[in-house]
Design a protein around this ligand. Structure first.
Ligand SMILES: [Zn+2]
Ligand SMILES: [Zn+2]
Length: 91
């Protein structure tokens, strides 16, 4: 059954590990986070307020600087940071 899992473009909000999609929902490949909805374990779902309707602007994105220093395939970025990416690397 393990081969039923496949990677999705989301990172675990607890440990930033890759999130896998399985038959019954989504699971973190590193820790034990799991939920039927990917938004409940990944960075996209980081939110405040009732029902999580107020999204704080976090999103899972492909790691723009993937390499030895940052091997993660997916990183969680803050909304404002996405726009700042155009200007170049942040200090
Ligand atoms: Zn995790
Ligand atoms: Zn996500």
């Amino acid at each position: 059954m393990a081969d039923m899992f496949r990677r999705v473009l989301h990172a675990c909000r607890k440990c930033l590990g890759p999130v896998l999609q399985g038959k019954d929902g989504f699971v973190c490949a590193v820790c034990d986070a799991a939920d039927a909805r990917v938004e409940d374990i990944c960075g996209c779902g980081i939110s405040a307020g009732e029902g999580g309707r107020k999204n704080l602007g976090f999103r899972c994105i492909p790691n723009p600087e993937r390499g030895p220093a940052s091997p993660a395939a997916v990183v969680i970025a803050f909304g404002a940071g996405l726009q700042a990416d155009r200007g170049g690397p942040e200090p």
